[in-house]
Design a protein around this ligand. Structure first.
Ligand code: 5GP
Ligand code: MG
Length: 176
């Protein structure tokens, strides 16, 4: 199975540091900011962004988690649905919400995440932070903060490996 590495640990760390700065700049600090990680690696990335924000600002934004498998409209097309607890200890009404995920592909997960958010209240604004944008959008969705744009073909998969889940940290592209 041929694979190529597109980000190493240092590049991931630099991207997260840059995105944390961009989030702080665009939102003028952490006041009214909420970070919402999307299941598994989006949650971990939101925690890593949070650590950077705390380091730069001395203050951090509340974190929340969404389990999107419950809301996907094409569950049959991919992995079987799994229900995980959604941690949402924050009120998003009037807040600037930054959704965080590892890979942006068709855009369907983010569309589902927007649905899930709208059940929880009306944020002031919703922004999107993504580590890898692999293209192939099927909906009019784009990210506000991107670690790396990586053109891919449909027979490839992006593997995002993070220390917390994979005991290593890099991004590789695997030909299926
Ligand atoms: P979309 O809903 O935009 O088609 O796909 C994005 C969601 O599926 C994200 O939550 C992401 O984790 C996962 N995903 C889609 N394609 C890939 C991929 O090539 N690699 C990884 N790691 N995740 C993907
Ligand atoms: Mg995912």
């Amino acid at each position: 199975m041929p694979e190529r590495r597109i980000m190493d640990a240092q590049e991931i760390q630099r991207s997260l540091s840059r995105i944390a700065h961009e989030i702080l700049e665009r939102n003028r600090g952490v006041e009214d900011l909420v970070l919402v990680g999307i299941h598994t690696r989006g949650v971990i990335l939101s925690q890593l962004l949070e650590q950077n924000i705390l380091r730069f600002e001395g203050n951090c934004a509340p974190l929340a988690e969404l389990d999107i498998n419950l809301y996907r409209d094409d569950l049959q097309a991919r992995e079987s649905p799994r229900v995980r607890p959604t941690k949402f200890p924050v009120d998003i009404r009037g807040k600037n919400v930054v959704l965080v995920d590892d890979v942006l592909f068709t855009g369907r997960t983010i569309r589902a995440a927007l649905d899930a958010l709208s059940d929880l209240g009306r944020p002031r604004q919703v922004q999107l932070a993504i580590l890898v944008d692999r293209g192939h959008r099927e909906l009019p969705i784009r990210a506000d903060y991107v670690g790396k744009n990586v053109p891919t073909s449909l027979d490839e998969e992006v593997k995002v490996r993070l220390t917390e889940t994979d005991q290593t940290e890099d991004v590789i592209i695997v030909k299926l």
